[in-house]
Design a protein around this ligand. Structure first.
Ligand code: ZN
Length: 127
């Protein structure tokens, strides 16, 4: 392991700060979702289409924040284990600079690229 205690504490701080921002965002989004529902009931049916598209954006944003929050929590749990900083795919050590830039990464650069290549296929693409 090349993760020394200084780096570990740096990453812990970054993760905790990120977590606080996400928790705040999720609270705001929950409030704005309630606001959207209030608007819907006041306006009646005329603007339903517009309100529905607003809902979709809110829901997508909330889902993204929620999944990032889960990733941050996983990283915080892994931080004190020997698994942290080790690529989940090939077992190689993840570059410390990469961890500082994105403490929730689970894979080394090569495996991440392969993973994204495999999982970012176009919708309705050929099988
Ligand atoms: Zn790897």
């Amino acid at each position: 392991m090349t993760i020394d205690n200084d780096l570990r504490e740096t990453l812990r701080d970054k993760l905790k700060q990120r977590r606080a921002v996400l928790v705040e965002d999720l609270r705001d989004e929950a409030v704005s979702a309630e606001g959207t529902l209030a608007v819907r009931s006041q306006r009646g049916t005329a603007d339903d289409e517009i309100v529905d598209s607003m809902d979709a954006v809110d829901i997508a944003e909330t889902a993204r924040d929620a999944s990032e929050l889960a990733a941050v929590d996983r990283a915080l749990q892994r931080l004190d284990t020997a698994d942290f900083g080790v690529c989940t795919d090939c077992g190689a050590e993840i570059e410390p600079a990469r961890l500082v830039a994105e403490p929730t990464v689970l894979r080394c650069t090569a495996c991440q690229q392969r993973y994204e290549h495999q999982h970012h296929t176009p919708i309705g693409g050929r099988l």
